[in-house]
Design a protein around this ligand. Structure first.
Ligand code: ATP
Length: 624
């Protein structure tokens, strides 16, 4: 709630709208207590008195009635009508929407077709027809405005409810024996409430206008009772000769509707959790780069195809800065597979995404370092160059292909689209190539599968499609971010074998991100271990696994169960990874390390290299 209010207050227009609305509502509530004249007392001798005339601050109307008093009473009535209509429409519409969306089937059909019929008429005509049938009057105008707005709420809320009704927490509620009514009240309603509030705040102003419109036509409030619409209607005849009589209610309608709309927009933005990080914009197409200057070219030995050099990527969240990647250097030779290992949150994915500037900005910023592909600097390259490299030279395979494949397109079409993004070719040729790719990744019965949608495939098959997508443009480097984590062990082994074969046959370089040493051992000749955004150990896989130098690496390896090794205690690493914005000085692992000494916390510890191995530790397990 506090976060919501803070976000709302940060939006200046919304705050101004809210303040004005609060003032108008307060004055409207206090009307009976204010020393105002009788709004209906006529004095024909004083008709059309100008504003600021004696006894009448805003002047008088055609019957000599005090405009200030009528404005105060009229605003009070219009606000009450508008709010009541909005509330009735919201309650009725939401109930209909939730029931239709949750129960589905015939109930949904009956309710929604009724709603569609209501929406089929222009709303003003519908409101006029309702008032004509019920007779003019305030209550009938209110019923009409509420009725024409029910469909808006019903449709919105039904859409949200349909999505919620299939979610696991609703299934869990059903399994626990809850009845439909209770599930709708306890599980669905709280989840659709923000949508109802948003719809309410953005439509209330509109409903005040509609009720004023009906009164303007003489179908709402009846003389002598004033509301803003009827005041405007009565002023119509003297619009040219005495414009102030129309301007006074007109300005008030403008102020009320504008303040409600500004406030409503602010509430909508503040309630949207996706805007929590202050990101009012969509992520930019490439991560923002804000670095002093790329470090001078340090050619690794042997020359690397992909060289990450002193990379720093941080998340800037208001005043907080999270250094997710803090000076990472890593190289990948042609045809080489390198594993990047570490606990969840150590910065592996952010490192991988930074290579092609794919970290979401805001809040991500590349704050230092360089990435070189075949010696060419990538981070500072113009966006067009970067876009040409993405997918064509460096491709990604992610953990969950379900999330990266479009659910509504056939996989063949998606593959063809990926191919045609970089290679101009006709639809038929692209389909032939897509089929080839599916064969390359050993998709069973590719001719049938090519026309399947992602949901028709198993997890392993989907990941094969993910790999086929990555191969679509014959890249040199594949960055695979936990591609086998969501798969069972046998499928995992097949996918690893596939990657290994592709590497051999195509000379692919693979950066393999995982937390599983078993996987690294199968695929990678070299590995780097990350902790709290830094590389703490690096070296040939076999050597590191046989004799880990950093205590963190040793503890990570000890967490992996070994089949056939007999009964053995699996040692969890005590404590939790540190918060990135509160890293201890010196070694970030020291507070969890059994070998830590006072000097570990004294200052920055460099990554010391010895031959092919490197370790960032003052008291390593073994000296490499
Ligand atoms: N959009 C973001 N905004 C703020 N912080 C972020 C964002 N994305 C990642 N982080 C932070 O950056 C750090 C590194 O995250 P990263 O995803 O690279 O970890 P990881 O090692 O790949 O973990 P996992 O194996 O769970 O994917 C984490 O502390 C994470 O909370």
């Amino acid at each position: 709630m506090t976060a919501f209010l803070q976000r709302l207050a940060r939006n200046r227009l919304a705050a101004a709208g809210g303040a004005m609305l609060a003032l108008i509502v307060l004055v409207a509530l206090a009307v009976p207590l204010l020393p105002l004249q009788d709004p209906n007392a006529t004095a024909t001798a004083e008709r059309f008195a100008r504003p600021l005339s004696e006894g009448h601050l805003l002047g008088t109307d055609h019957l000599g009635r005090d405009l200030l008093s009528r404005l105060a009473h009229g605003t009070r009535l219009s606000l009450a009508m508008g709010f009541a209509a909005a509330l009735i429409a919201a309650v009725l519409g939401s109930v209909l929407g939730i029931v239709a969306g949750f129960l589905g089937g015939r109930v949904d059909n009956v309710i929604m077709r009724g709603v569609d019929m209501l929406m089929g008429f222009p709303y003003v005509l519908l409101a006029l027809a309702i008032v004509a049938a019920l007779g003019p009057g305030l209550v009938n105008a209110l019923i009409a405005v509420a009725a024409v707005n029910v469909p808006f709420f019903a449709r919105n809320i039904r859409g949200v409810t349909v999505a919620l009704a299939g979610r696991e927490f609703v299934d869990a509620a059903r399994l626990s024996g809850m009845g439909n009514l209770r599930i709708m009240a306890v599980e669905i309603l709280p989840n659709v409430l923000p949508v109802i509030v948003i719809a309410l705040t953005t439509t209330t102003g509109w409903m005040i206008l509609e009720t004023a419109g009906l009164s303007f036509l003489g179908l709402g409030s009846q003389p002598p009772q004033a509301d803003l619409g009827s005041m405007l209607g009565e002023a119509r005849a003297a619009l040219i000769s005495h414009p102030h009589v129309a301007v006074v209610p007109g300005v008030m309608i403008f102020l009320v509707v504008m303040s409600i709309n500004l406030f409503g927009d602010g509430v909508r933005d503040a309630l949207d959790p996706r805007l929590g990080a202050g990101a009012l914009t969509r992520p930019l197409p490439a991560t923002v780069v804000d670095r002093p200057a790329p470090p001078p070219l340090r050619e690794p030995d042997p020359p690397a195809l992909l060289a990450i050099d002193d990379l720093r990527t941080e998340f800037r969240l208001g005043r907080r800065v999270l250094p997710a990647v803090d000076g990472v250097s890593l190289s990948l030779g042609r045809g080489e597979a390198v594993g990047l290992v570490g606990e969840s949150g150590s910065g592996k994915s952010v490192t991988a995404l930074s290579v092609m500037r794919l970290v979401a900005s805001p809040p991500g910023v590349i704050a230092g370092g360089a990435v070189r592909l075949d010696g060419e600097e990538v981070i500072g390259a113009p966006f067009e160059v970067l876009r040409a490299l993405r997918g064509r030279r460096v491709a990604y395979v992610f953990q969950d292909p379900q999330a990266t494949l479009h659910p509504l397109y056939r996989i063949g079409d998606q593959l063809a689209e990926a191919i045609r993004a970089h290679q101009p070719m006709g639809a038929r040729a692209a389909r032939v190539r897509a089929l080839e790719l599916l064969r390359d990744v050993r998709m069973p019965r590719p001719e049938d599968r090519i026309d399947d949608y992602p949901h028709q495939l198993s997890g392993g098959q989907r990941q094969r499609v993910g790999i086929a997508m990555a191969l679509a443009n014959n890249p040199d480097v594949i960055i695979a971010d936990e591609p086998t984590t969501a798969l069972d062990v046998t499928v995992q082994a097949q996918i690893l074998a596939l990657l290994e074969r592709l590497r051999r046959e195509r000379g692919l370089s693979i950066l393999f991100i995982t937390h599983d040493f078993g996987v690294v051992a199968q695929l990678c000749e070299r590995l780097a271990v990350m902790y709290a955004g830094r590389i703490v150990e690096e070296g040939p896989t076999a050597e590191v696994l046989a004799a880990p130098a950093h205590p963190y690496t040793r503890r990570l390896i000890a967490c992996v169960p070994e089949p056939g090794a007999g009964r053995r205690r699996l040692e969890a690493i005590p404590g939790l990874p540190p918060r990135l914005d509160a890293l201890p000085p010196g070694c970030a692992f020291a507070p969890r390390c059994h070998r830590a000494r006072p000097d570990c916390g004294a200052g920055d510890i460099p990554l010391r290299r010895a031959g092919a191995r490197a370790v960032r530790c003052l008291h390593p397990e073994t000296t490499p």
